[in-house]
Design a protein around this ligand. Structure first.
Ligand SMILES: O=C([O-])[C@@H](O)[C@@H](O)[C@H](O)[C@@H](O)C(=O)[O-]
Ligand SMILES: [Mg+2]
Length: 416
């Protein structure tokens, strides 16, 4: 059970032109895949955020973790933290946790393979066999433009969604294909009246499904309160209508629906302030930056004790992350909302073999195989690594990509 090596592979995969408050998704999303090689040829898999800096940081901790037991999560975390400079070093706690998170997932996968147990059992045991996910809707262009003219695009399989009708069509496609039982709309893109109209159209088209909207802090206080009041009784929760703990607390005092966040509370150090100000009623957990699976469980337990709800945030990701999210959600009693996932947007370019994870009936069945229950497709990993190298890309830049088409574009918030 001793870690003998750590293999870090930056990759890229196709991503449609999804619009958000920052700009628009570039043609390639970036991820980092880690393989923790343990005695006896066991390999634990992890996946996290992409780009050159993240990959270099994970590479940097390789020597510090080789030689440790894969069961010694405290030791691995301390070694990672020390190697990256700790509190006196150049990286924030969150940046250090992002690195540890990938190793935490890989260590859990290896532990499961060594013991013959699924990761959910290592995390305290599953409280559910199927983890529900929500349909994650985005305004989007028809396809990636071939020139500086946004209408000059070869339509992708999803097509455009630029108004309420387009959003309802997109929801219909996602619900028909995956059976989703709740819906989230990424907002902050168009003037709020248009986004309210889209939510109302969704309510009419899908009367029984819980709805959420997330403008990523694009609204002013006044706009947020007005939108919340107009959508009173329509939303399950309102996600990050404004920026900051104080901003969210001020909105929360004036609206009736619960507020959720993956922006103003992103680390343990912020919980006391956020909870004592009653700024958020739901924390969207994310093992990629809360410090892996064990710490996500701890986050959920703290939220539970404070009477704060728990749901799960997502960013562009592939199957190792979906498996990790599914196992930790299965072992988290406090998580009572369908989790977010970008998974349907990633096309067919996964680095794990298909079959282990499918979204059917709006949920993923928790794999029973040891570890995460996914198998690395080495040829696919190599292929997506090539795509990364050939792209010359090293960082996600939604605003910069938007400026290719609108040089005057500003991603400054709040916008509306
Ligand atoms: O992928 C996107 O465009 C999302 O806006 C993502 O970057 C957010 O982190 C996320 O989905 C959210 O819930 O805020
Ligand atoms: Mg969000």
């Amino acid at each position: 059970m001793i870690i003998r090596d750590l293999v870090v592979t930056p990759i890229a995969f196709s991503d449609p032109p999804l619009l958000n408050a920052d700009g628009v998704h570039e043609p390639l999303a970036l991820r980092t895949i880690v393989q923790l090689v343990v005695d006896g040829g066991v390999i634990g898999l992890g996946e996290g955020g992409g780009g050159a800096a993240v990959a270099a940081r994970v590479e940097q901790v390789r020597r510090a973790v080789v030689g440790l037991s894969v069961f010694d999560l405290n030791g691995i975390e301390a070694a990672v933290d020390a190697e990256l400079g700790g509190d006196d070093g150049p990286l924030s706690r969150r940046e250090r946790r992002v690195v540890y998170s990938m190793l935490d997932v890989a260590a859990h996968d290896a532990q499961g393979k060594l013991t013959g147990l699924p990761v959910a059992e290592l995390l305290g045991g599953r409280v559910r066999d199927r983890v529900p996910y929500s349909a994650y809707l985005f305004y989007k262009w028809a396809g990636h433009p071939r020139s500086a003219d946004v209408d000059d695009a070869e339509p992708d399989t999803w097509g455009a969604a630029l108004d309420a009708a387009g959003i309802v069509d997109q929801a219909r496609a996602l619900v028909d294909r995956y059976g989703f039982g709740s819906i989230k709309l990424k907002g902050g893109v168009f003037p709020p009246a248009e986004e309210i109209a889209a939510v109302r159209a969704l309510r009419e088209a899908f009367p029984g499904l819980p709805l959420r909207i997330d403008p990523n802090g694009a609204w002013t206080h006044e706009t947020a309160v007005r939108v919340a009041r107009e959508l009173d009784g329509v939303l399950e929760y309102l996600e990050d209508p404004v920026l900051g703990i104080d901003g969210m607390a001020a909105v929360a005092r004036e609206v009736s629906q619960p507020l959720a966040t993956n922006m103003c509370v992103v680390s343990f150090e912020q919980l006391a302030e956020a909870f004592s100000k009653d700024a958020v009623q739901i924390v969207l957990s994310d093992h990629h930056y809360w410090g892996g699976l064990r710490h996500t469980r701890e986050l959920a337990a703290i939220c539970g004790h404070w009477g704060v709800g728990v749901s799960m945030h997502s960013n562009s990701h592939l199957g190792i992350s979906l498996a990790a999210m599914t196992h930790v959600a299965a072992a988290t009693p406090e998580l009572t909302y369908a989790c977010d996932t970008h998974y349907p947007w990633n096309g067919a370019e996964d680095v794990v073999r298909s079959g282990a994870l499918e979204i059917t009936g709006g949920a993923v069945t928790v794999p029973d195989a040891p570890g995460l229950g996914v198998v690395l497709d080495e040829a696919a990993l190599e292929r997506q690594h090539r795509v990364y190298v050939d792209s010359g890309r090293s960082v996600r830049d939604d605003a910069g990509y938007m400026r290719c088409f609108d040089p005057t574009y500003s991603s400054a918030l709040p916008r509306y």
